[in-house]
Design a binder for this molecule. Structure first.
Ligand SMILES: [Zn+2]
Length: 285
């Protein structure tokens, strides 16, 4: 399955908070009264039947919703809504070098604290078995845009559009994450897909995986200027006979023939001559 297709099962709705279930139902014009089990069943049925949210209700939800507003309150700072910011977004070519240093530790911390245990495990397992790239290499995650909020802001936004490839009838979603510029600490995330308020959808995970990958590969600091750090070169090793080897001290700061090691070589040679079956192909520089 394309991980961009956010298909929710009954269990997924089971992890939602009552408040989120009620919001999901009411913005579709459905009754939001009943106990949690009833709300879960109704929400799942509405999702399965693809009952769309009412446009006006959705708009109202985005602008007035406390949950959404709270996502933008970071340590006493009230940030602008990235869905309402229309200027100063930098595309990958311009913006990637400013991307915050999000690494797997930040990603794990965020997923574990914001996702249900099952979803976090699923995402982290995809990462562990090397399948995280499917979350951003497949067609559905579009270009990632960076927004610095303003020059003095400690926080920034990363945003991407997501188009589920297999659900052509589904609308494109927009996922965003907010993080600290310097540390890469992920503060909040949101997606316009149905699971967005729970911050648990594959679109947010895909966006995080994409940024983590760029950091891991060194793209975020090296795209526009020459790398300032030296990549360790692989030395090519050729097999050689032990009698042809030169022994050197491996101690830092000293070089040259080590007398003791040289004596050791003769001893090794002697042993090898006594035991002709031992493979004499030894690697040296
Ligand atoms: Zn989503």
């Amino acid at each position: 399955m394309d991980p961009g297709d956010q298909t929710l099962g009954l269990n997924d709705f089971g992890h939602w908070k009552v408040e989120a279930l009620k919001r999901f139902l009411s913005c579709r014009g459905l009754s939001s009264s009943g106990n949690k089990e009833e709300l879960i069943a109704l929400a799942f049925a509405a999702h399965t039947m693809k009952i769309p949210p009412k446009q006006s209700a959705l708009e109202k939800q985005i602008s007035n919703n406390d949950t959404y507003t709270n996502l933008l309150k970071i340590s006493q700072t009230k940030l602008p809504d990235p869905l309402q910011l229309y200027e100063n977004w930098q595309d990958e070519k311009q913006g990637m070098r400013h991307w915050p240093p999000i690494f797997i530790t930040d990603l794990t911390k965020f997923l574990m604290s914001y996702e249900s245990e099952d979803t976090a495990k699923q995402h982290l397992n995809q990462y562990k078995i090397g399948k995280a790239y499917q979350y951003f290499k497949s067609e559905w995650l579009k270009e990632v845009y960076y927004h610095p909020v303003d020059r003095a802001s400690l926080y920034c936004f990363l945003r991407a559009k997501c188009t589920p490839s297999q659900s052509l009838r589904s609308d494109a979603h927009t996922a965003w994450i907010c993080c600290e510029k310097v540390s890469g600490d992920i503060k909040s995330a949101y997606c316009t897909c149905t699971a967005g308020y729970e911050q648990t959808c594959n679109h947010v995970a895909g966006l995080l995986f994409r940024v983590e990958y760029a950091n891991k590969m060194g793209y975020t600091s090296c795209t526009s200027s020459k790398c300032e750090w030296v990549v360790p070169k692989e030395k090519s090793l050729e097999p050689a006979m032990i009698k042809d080897m030169t022994f050197e001290r491996s101690q830092h700061g000293k070089a040259g023939i080590d007398i003791d090691a040289s004596q050791g070589r003769e001893e090794v040679q002697q042993v090898l001559e006594e035991q002709p079956d031992i493979d004499q192909g030894i690697y040296t520089e």
